[in-house]
Design a protein around this ligand. Structure first.
Ligand SMILES: [Zn+2]
Ligand SMILES: [Zn+2]
Length: 334
């Protein structure tokens, strides 16, 4: 039996929960969870914000641990190896997207916490391809958040072919944004942080921001009109999108990774300036590996606060109240 913490409905606290995972799949690995990050998506899923939650619900999709069992067909991974698993637990590996190396876009991919139980547990299983080995130089305590939040903000730099000469802005200095600032700085870009919290300026600069602007200040937004090659929006709140599109250089892109419900934007400036608007879901398998190497090389890591996994309810409340600085990680204490 696997031990986990589960919510029985959107409102309830997580309680101890045991489940029988059945026999291990031929292509699966089983991981003894050491650490698991807490992502805003865990909260959204617990509350069934996206209408796809099954209860009892076990969150946790920033998992780090050691392999304790491998399925019969698994190659290239072995027992005792340390790996991480993020938002995706499996994909078909046969469709056009998977064959193109975009397994994160696979229509048949399975989310680690969607219709199955995640990493707020002592054990987790995943398709071996999605269990990413953790390289030397990356500390297991704080690398969990790289597997969802980190990958989500790393991927846009590659997919948008951001050059070191680019000027990049990040909206929201939170769980995702604070990692995005570090990536942007290590990439070589000129980095601007947009935040509604002036008290975050000092830390944002430490994380690599060259400029810090208060996003509630219209003049601040005006002062950077036509400036950025990419504006990376990490907040899941409705914004004045026209004002941010106005900060893009011609050819620039407003890239959304914050899961806001709907956006409203004026089309003409996008036509006139050949500006674009888009988003992306986490990243592919190879992108995850590249990101980990990049983090090891540039000593990039999330700033974390740790809680024992038995305090998972407190950890979730801390995140929900906007108090996390900047990412919460649970340490297994079964
Ligand atoms: Zn996540
Ligand atoms: Zn596929």
């Amino acid at each position: 039996m696997f031990n986990a913490y589960a919510a029985s409905d959107p409102e309830s606290r997580l309680e101890k929960f045991e489940y029988d995972p059945g026999p291990i799949g031929l292509d699966e690995v089983e991981i003894a969870v050491e650490f698991c990050g807490v992502c805003h998506s865990d909260l959204s899923m617990k509350q069934n914000d996206w209408g796809m939650t099954e209860y009892p619900f076990v969150g946790g999709h920033e998992v780090v641990g050691r392999i304790v069992n491998v399925g019969e067909n698994v190659e290239g991974l072995e027992v005792d190896q340390r790996v991480g698993v993020g938002w995706t637990a499996s994909s078909c590996l046969r469709c056009e997207q998977c064959h193109s190396g975009y397994q994160n876009r696979c229509p048949d991919s399975v989310g680690t916490i969607v219709g199955r139980h995640g990493g707020f547990a002592d054990r987790l299983r995943a398709q071996s391809d999605w269990a990413i080995p953790i390289p030397e130089g990356v500390d297991p305590v704080d690398c969990g958040p790289l597997f969802c939040g980190g990958l989500t903000v790393f991927n846009p730099f590659v997919e948008n072919q951001i050059l070191p000469t680019a000027r990049v802005a990040v909206i929201g200095i939170g769980g995702l944004g604070h990692m995005a600032l570090q990536f942007a700085n290590a990439w070589g870009c000129e980095v601007t942080a947009f935040s509604t919290s002036p008290d975050k300026e000092e830390e944002a600069r430490k994380m690599g921001a060259h400029h810090f602007l208060n996003s509630r200040d219209e003049n601040a937004l005006q002062s950077v009109a036509g400036r950025f090659d990419m504006v990376l929006d990490t907040v899941n709140a409705s914004l004045d999108f026209d004002a941010y599109i106005n900060t893009l250089r011609p050819g620039g892109k407003l890239h959304l990774v914050g899961a806001v419900d709907k956006i409203e934007a004026t089309v003409f400036p996008m036509i006139a300036g050949e500006k674009s608007l888009g988003g992306s879901p986490t990243g592919s398998i190879v992108r995850a590996k590249e990101m980990l190497e990049f983090c090891a090389r540039h000593e990039i890591k999330p700033m974390i606060e740790t809680f024992p996994m038995s305090d998972v309810n407190e950890a979730l409340r801390h995140l929900a109240e906007g108090k996390a600085r900047y990412r919460v990680v649970l340490k297994a204490d079964w």
